[in-house]
Ligand binder design. Structure first.
Ligand code: AMP
Ligand code: ZN
Length: 440
C-alpha cells in the first residue's frame, strides 16, 4: 500500500517517496510563544502527529525526523512581555512549557527536534549574507530585504502573480523597498527590543524577520531539501511562499520540500474564533472540561484539509463515540495500525474513513487489533467522565425553560431542552418539577 499525500504546490494527491527512506524528514511551523495556544493551533499539531505516527510505522520509528520550531522572537512577544512587566525569556519559557503540557495531553508525541529561533540567529545571518551575495536580497536603511523580482516563479505555492499580490495584500509600503512585495529578512531593533549584531556590514543591532527563521531552522536540522513541510492553510501566503523563495534562492535548488501540506481552518460554533466574540477557546481551558482524548478525537473526525466547525455538540458526539470504541479496552500493550485503518490513512490521511473502519472493527469484535490501532493513533485511555458540568448553569437553563413553558412558548422550551441535551443533560419532568441527570 503506497502512501499518497496531497501537495499544495502541485495541487495533486500523489505517491509519497522519501528522498532517503532511512531518514524521512518533516518540518512543521510551530507556535509563536506569547500566550496560551488556542484550539485552532492544536489542529496542525494533532494532524501532523498522526502523519508522524504513520511515517514511523511505515519507515520505522528511528527513521523519521520531525522538526517543529518555536518562534521566540516576535513583535507580539515583545509587546506581551512589556505589558506583563516580565523579561521576554520568562514569557517565552512559561508559554512554551504550557504548550508542551497542552499538546502532550492531546496525545501528541514530542517532535524529534524543537528548535528555537533565537538559537539559530547565526544560520539566519549566513542565509541572509548568501542571498545578498547572489543578488536576491539587498540592504536598505538598516534592513535587509528579499527582492521578489529576483525569483522568476515567486508565487507558485499560493498560485498568484505578483500583480495580484500587490493588489490583494496589505503590504507595508516603505520608501526603501525596491518593490512593494519585497519582504524583510532582517530589520533594525528599536530601543529595548532584543537585538543581535547585524549581517551584511550593517553596524546597528537588528533582529530577523519571521520567514527567515523557518528557512534557517529547516536547513540546520533537515538540510537544503527535505520531504514534507506542513502548517495551517493561513501560512501558505506569505509565510511559506517566502520560505520557499529564501531557501531555493540561497541553495539554488528546484524545490524546498517535496510535499507542502496544509490543514484547513477551525472555527467555533460557526464563527471565526476571536477574543472580541468571546468564543476564544484555549487548549488549556478545554482540558479543564474534557479529557484530552476527546479533544483529539473531535479534531480528527474531520478530514484535515476541510474546515472544522468546533462545537459543543461535536464534542458530546466525540465523547460518546470514543467511549463506545474503547469499551472494554483497559491498558494497551502494543501499538500497530490494522490494515483497513492503514489503508484509509495512506489515502492522504483519511481519518473519517479510518474512524469508520475503527467502528467496523468494534462491530466485528476485533478487540485486540482495535486496541492496538487506537494506541498507535494516540488513544490510550478510555475517557471516563464527560466534561465537568456547571450545575448553576444547568439550574438557570431549567428555570428559563420553566418560564418559557408557563408562557406557552414551546419552541423556546424545546430549544432549551435540546441545548441541555447537547451538554449531556437529560431532563425528567414530573408533577413535582424538573430534575436532571447526566446521560450515560
Ligand atoms: P501561529 O502561532 O498563529 O503562527 O499559529 C501556529 C499554527 O496554528 C500555524 O500552523 C497556524 O496555521 C495554525 N492555526 C492558527 N489558527 C488556526 C485555526 N483557527 N485553525 C487551524 N489552524 C490554525
Ligand atoms: Zn514557518
Amino acid at each position: 500500500m503506497d502512501l499518497k499525500l496531497y501537495d499544495t504546490l502541485t495541487r495533486e494527491k500523489r505517491p509519497f517517496q522519501p528522498i532517503d527512506p532511512a531518514r524521512v524528514r518533516m518540518y512543521v511551523c510551530g507556535p509563536t510563544v506569547y500566550d496560551h495556544a488556542h484550539i485552532g493551533n492544536a489542529r496542525p499539531v494533532i494532524v501532523f502527529d498522526v502523519l508522524f505516527r504513520l511515517l514511523r510505522q511505515i519507515y520505522g520509528a528511528d527513521h523519521v525526523v520531525y522538526v517543529r520550531n518555536i518562534t521566540d522572537v516576535d513583535d507580539k512577544i515583545n509587546a506581551r512581555a512589556a505589558e506583563r512587566g516580565i523579561p521576554i525569556r520568562q514569557l517565552t519559557e512559561e508559554t512554551y512549557a504550557n504548550f508542551k503540557a497542552d499538546v502532550a495531553a492531546l496525545g501528541c508525541l514530542p517532535p524529534t527536534v524543537e528548535p528555537r529561533a533565537t538559537e539559530h540567529i547565526a544560520e539566519m545571518k549566513t542565509l541572509i549574507e548568501r542571498l545578498v551575495a547572489n543578488g536576491c536580497a539587498y540592504v536598505a536603511e538598516g534592513h535587509v530585504l528579499f527582492h521578489v523580482a529576483a525569483m522568476t516563479d515567486y508565487g507558485r505555492l499560493s498560485n498568484r502573480s505578483l500583480d495580484e499580490m500587490v493588489a490583494g495584500a496589505r503590504v507595508e509600503v516603505a520608501p526603501y523597498k525596491k518593490d512593494p512585495m519585497d519582504f524583510v529578512l532582517w530589520k533594525p531593533s528599536k530601543q529595548g527590543e532584543p537585538g543581535w549584531s547585524s549581517p551584511c556590514g550593517i553596524d546597528t543591532p537588528g533582529r530577523p524577520g519571521w520567514h527567515i527563521e523557518c528557512s534557517a531552522m529547516s536547513w540546520k536540522h533537515l538540510g537544503e531539501t527535505f520531504d514534507i513541510h506542513g502548517g495551517g492553510i493561513d501560512l501558505v501566503f506569505p509565510h511559506h511562499e517566502n520560505e520557499i523563495a529564501q531557501s531555493r534562492c540561497a541553495f539554488h535548488t528546484p524545490v524546498m520540500a517535496n510535499f507542502w501540506m496544509h490543514n484547513g481552518f477551525l472555527q467555533v460554533e460557526g464563527e471565526k474564533m476571536s477574543k472580541s466574540l468571546g468564543n476564544f477557546l484555549t487548549i488549556d481551558d478545554l482540558l479543564k472540561d474534557w479529557p484530552g482524548e476527546v479533544l483529539r478525537f473531535n479534531m480528527l473526525r474531520t478530514h484535515y484539509r476541510q474546515p472544522i466547525d468546533w462545537t459543543l455538540r461535536g464534542l458530546e458526539e466525540s465523547f460518546s463515540s470514543l467511549r463506545t470504541l474503547m469499551d472494554g479496552i483497559e491498558a494497551q500493550t502494543s501499538d500497530s495500525i490494522a490494515p483497513g485503518v492503514y489503508e484509509a490513512l495512506c489515502d492522504d490521511i483519511n481519518m473519517p474513513k479510518a474512524i469508520a473502519e475503527l467502528h467496523a472493527m468494534h462491530g466485528r469484535g476485533d478487540g485486540a487489533a482495535l486496541a492496538a490501532t487506537l494506541a498507535a493513533l494516540g488513544f490510550v485511555r478510555r475517557p471516563q467522565s464527560r466534561r465537568k458540568v456547571d450545575e448553576t448553569a444547568i439550574a438557570a437553563l431549567i428555570d428559563k425553560r420553566r418560564a418559557a413553558r408557563t408562557a406557552k412558548n414551546f419552541a423556546e422550551s424545546d430549544r432549551i431542552r435540546d441545548e441541555l441535551q447537547a451538554m449531556g443533560v437529560i431532563l425528567k419532568d414530573s408533577r413535582d418539577g424538573t430534575t436532571w441527570e447526566l446521560a450515560p
